[in-house]
Every structure is written in structure tokens, then in C-alpha cells.
Design a protein around this ligand. Structure first.
Ligand SMILES: [Zn+2]
Length: 478
């Protein structure tokens, strides 16, 4: 049984907010989009509810102080409550991302130099507008991560999606994550050379307050030295001793299998070099290791170049693209460059292998989490990538309700968060209101009417979200 996250949000919300407030008494929270009082009670009615496990039919939700108080109308509904009518619409829990990155891009550029509080908040607000109400920033976070995390939790839901993360993560000396390609000029990612240094790095990150430990175990196609097995085994052991889960970046089957044998909790990308074998399926199933396929990561390398009309056809994609990226996708020279040569063919092959492997692992009973790597590079488009990932999952044999369960209930469970992922009494009132039924067509998750987080209506409709205005909205400095 993997340990729970050290900082799982199981503390009562009011207590956590109080503690945060006393720690930051000199900073007044920003006004929230929909101010409410501490005893605010809202009845959400008329919508058909998928609660993270199943379709409940048309069902009222009673929301009190940011939490779901009741689902359904068995008892009398509270008198004097505010009523919100969503007749003819559909409600699903807020999506939970187990693998994304924050504050790593600016226009068509990327790199550690963009890791500022404003860029992180920009990304969290875009995730929130797309109904992703919990985001795991799985490494490459700058030094400001710990302060930003505390501020976002204190102001919840005013600064966008609720965030957790791995701090900088842990890489290999001279290897992944590739410092030059990822723009890590100052290279905040520690790269321990031996087991003792790995243990010390994990202890330091645990002390600073990471939610999860992230390792990169990848030889980058034979071009770089991979993290040594004794290093990742020591890091996993030390993390578990401190009650922290470990997620590992991989690309190939070999490292994935050895990490699973070493007790890693989460394989944070799909296996893309070859078909997974029965031994891996069996090992992951019996150990309860999670698998986050990130199907969209390789598709993003060619999708927008191959299908520029998507920007016109998909209001949700339009809502996700800042002007510089829109211009890039519209540029025929850029598109040709993306599609010529071996890279696009390799990416297509990676997606095919990833889809096949996801099908095998899912059918084999392995627990599947949800993430895309959105935000690591500009074309891993925040928000749109998540909805596209749900669609790709159906290409790997998931039914729409299985895909939705994965992105809500299961994705929260992967993180050890038992206060979200399901619309059930006592859980956070994080949910998305849709104009069309996602169980009929998973692409309907993009038809967002409204997003609620911590019991407040915080965004929507999605087509009105303006990513340029969001990026320019320079939130107040820390
Ligand atoms: Zn990543």
C-alpha cells in the first residue's frame, strides 16, 4: 500500500484557511469572482449529475460553505438557500490533473525563467476556466513554488485551480530533464549523483513541503545518461519513509518495469517504445502502481500542424490559445517544418504504441490516472490538452464514463486526496456544468457553461474565456 501524501488536503477547510490567514495576515485575499458569506447555502438544481462514479440522473446538489452537503432530495431542502437552475444541463466533478506544469511558458517560448507568481496564476486560471479544478505541477517549479502554493490555497478559489506539486523534481546529472531543451539555464532541478545525495535531496524537498516526489528516468533515446537505479531506488525509499508518493517520468518499458519493481507509486507517462508485457501488467496490478498515459503529449507535436482548421472548428481550442501560439499554428512554414522529416512520424508511432499499451494495462486491471504534461511547452496547450486526452482515452477503449471516472475520482485518489473527485457529502463543491451530455459524446466536456470551485461559480461559459486578457491580467505581486 503506497503511503498517503504528507500534505493531503484532509484538514477541515475552515481550519486550513484560518492557519493560512494567520500566517499571511498582512496580505488581504483578492476579491473572489462571486463573493459569498461563510454560511452561504446554494441549491444547484435541474441538471443531470455524473458524480465521478455514475450517472445519478437529474438530482439537486446542496452546497454549504464550499462543500457538498447533500446529493439528492431525500430530506427537506434548506429553506432560504440561494437556488441556481441548470435545467437541461449536465454536471461532472471538476477534473483533476495528475501531470501538468505551471509557469513555464510565455507566448511561444518556454523555460525556467518564466517561473513567476503571475505566470503560475495565469496558468491556474486557464486550467480553472477549462474545468480542471485541481492541478499537479509535476516538477520544474522554481524557488517561488512553496510561497505560491500557500497563497493559492489561502485564496482558493480566487487564484484559479487548486495546485499541488513536486517542487523542482529530481533529475539525472547531464541527463533528463534536458537542461538546454527545457530552458533550465539556471537549472533549479537537483541532480544527485549517488544514493546518499538522492536521500538528502528527498529530505530537503520533504522539509520544504512538496506534495509528491518527481523523478526523471529516461536516457532520451540513448542521447543522455539515465538516472542510476541505486539513485532512484534510494529516492523512492526515502520518500516513502517520509509519507510521500513518487511519480516517475519514463518513456521506455525497461525503466518503467524496474521502477515498478523498486516501488514507485506512479508511472507518469505512457510506455512508448514497445508493447508492455504481461509481467509489467501483473506487477503494476498487484502492487497497485498508477499509470498516467499522457496520450496527448506526442499528439501535440503534429496535431495543430496537421489540422490547422481545428482552431476554427473547436471553440475550446480557440479559447486556449494566446495570440502568439495562434499565429504560429496559422503559419504554413511552421506547419511544414513540423510535419516534414522523422519527428512527426516518430510522434505518430508513439501515440499508437501509447494507445495500445493503455488498452492493455486498463484491460489488465492497472489503475489509471489522468494528466497530459500541459504547460511544459507552449503547444502542450493548457486546458484543451485535458479535454483532448479524454477523447484519446476513448480511442484506447474507454467508455466516456470510464474516461470521466479516471479524470475525477481516480485522479484524486492517485494524489491521496479524499476531499474531491466525487460529488458526495463532505467533499469539495468543485464541479463543471456542461451544455451537452458527456456520457453520450466525451467531446461534450468542452461545452462548458460554468465552473464551480470550493462552492463558488468561478468561470464560464468557456467560449467567453480570453486567454490573452487572462495572460495580461497581471495579478498583484506577492
Ligand atoms: Zn511533465
Amino acid at each position: 500500500m503506497p503511503p498517503r501524501l504528507a500534505r493531503a488536503a484532509c484538514a477541515p477547510f475552515a481550519l486550513a484557511a484560518l492557519a493560512a490567514l494567520s500566517a499571511c495576515a498582512d496580505r488581504a485575499p483578492e476579491p473572489s469572482p462571486a463573493p459569498s458569506t461563510a454560511t452561504d447555502v446554494v441549491i444547484i438544481e435541474g441538471a443531470r449529475v455524473f458524480d465521478g462514479e455514475r450517472d445519478l440522473g437529474v438530482m439537486p446538489l446542496v452546497v454549504r460553505d464550499g462543500r457538498i452537503e447533500a446529493v439528492g432530495g431525500d430530506g427537506p431542502l434548506p429553506a432560504g438557500a440561494r437556488r441556481v437552475d441548470y435545467a437541461g444541463r449536465y454536471i461532472v466533478p471538476g477534473l483533476v490533473s495528475d501531470h501538468a506544469h505551471l509557469g513555464n511558458t510565455e507566448g511561444v517560448e518556454h523555460g525556467g525563467r518564466y517561473y513567476t507568481r503571475d505566470h503560475v496564476v495565469r496558468d491556474l486560471r486557464q486550467f480553472q476556466a477549462f474545468g480542471v479544478t485541481t492541478v499537479t505541477s509535476l516538477g520544474m517549479n522554481g524557488e517561488a513554488f512553496y510561497d505560491i502554493r500557500a497563497e493559492v490555497h489561502e485564496a482558493d478559489p480566487a487564484l484559479g485551480a487548486w495546485m499541488l506539486g513536486a517542487g523542482p523534481g529530481i533529475g539525472a546529472p547531464g541527463g533528463a530533464p534536458p537542461a538546454q531543451a527545457m530552458g533550465l539555464a539556471e537549472d533549479a532541478v537537483p541532480r544527485p549523483a549517488d544514493a546518499a545525495a538522492a536521500r538528502e535531496t528527498v529530505r530537503e524537498q520533504a522539509r520544504r513541503g512538496v506534495d509528491i516526489v518527481k523523478l526523471w528516468v529516461d536516457d532520451l533515446g540513448g542521447r543522455a545518461p539515465p538516472m542510476a537505479p541505486e539513485v532512484y531506488r534510494a529516492a523512492i525509499e526515502e520518500a516513502h519513509a517520509r509519507g510521500l508518493r513518487v511519480a516517475a517520468h519514463i518513456h521506455d518499458l525497461g525503466p518503467a518495469a524496474d521502477l515498478v519493481a523498486g516501488g514507485v507509486d506512479v508511472i507518469a507517462h505512457g510506455v512508448r517504445d514497445r508493447p508492455v508485457d504481461a509481467a509489467l501488467v501483473e506487477a503494476m496490478r498487484t502492487r497497485g502502481t498508477w499509470y498516467v498515459p499522457t496520450l496527448q503529449i506526442d499528439e501535440a507535436n503534429y496535431l495543430y500542424a496537421e489540422r490547422p482548421q481545428l482552431v476554427e472548428e473547436e471553440p475550446a481550442l480557440r479559447a486556449a490559445l494566446q495570440a502568439p501560439l495562434r499565429a504560429r499554428f496559422a503559419d504554413p512554414a511552421w506547419r511544414r517544418q513540423q510535419l516534414d522529416g522523422e519527428a512527426a512520424a516518430k510522434s505518430r508511432a508513439a501515440v499508437r504504441t501509447n494507445l495500445d499499451n493503455l488498452r492493455t494495462l486498463h484491460e489488465g486491471g492497472v489503475r489509471i490516472g489522468f494528466g497530459t504534461d500541459a504547460g511544459a511547452l507552449p503547444h502542450r496547450v493548457i486546458g484543451f490538452a485535458e479535454h483532448r486526452e479524454l477523447e484519446l482515452m476513448t480511442q484506447a477503449g474507454f467508455t466516456p464514463d470510464q474516461a470521466l471516472r479516471t479524470a475525477t475520482r481516480d485522479a484524486a485518489e492517485l494524489l491521496g486526496l479524499d476531499d474531491r473527485g466525487l460529488l458526495a457529502p463532505g467533499r469539495r463543491a468543485d464541479f463543471v456544468v456542461l451544455d451537452a451530455d458527456p456520457l453520450q459524446d466525451i467531446r461534450n466536456t468542452r461545452r462548458i457553461r460554468a465552473v464551480w470551485q470550493a462552492g463558488r461559480e468561478v468561470a464560464g461559459p468557456l467560449q467567453d474565456f480570453d486567454p490573452d486578457r487572462n495572460a495580461a491580467a497581471a495579478p498583484r505581486p506577492l
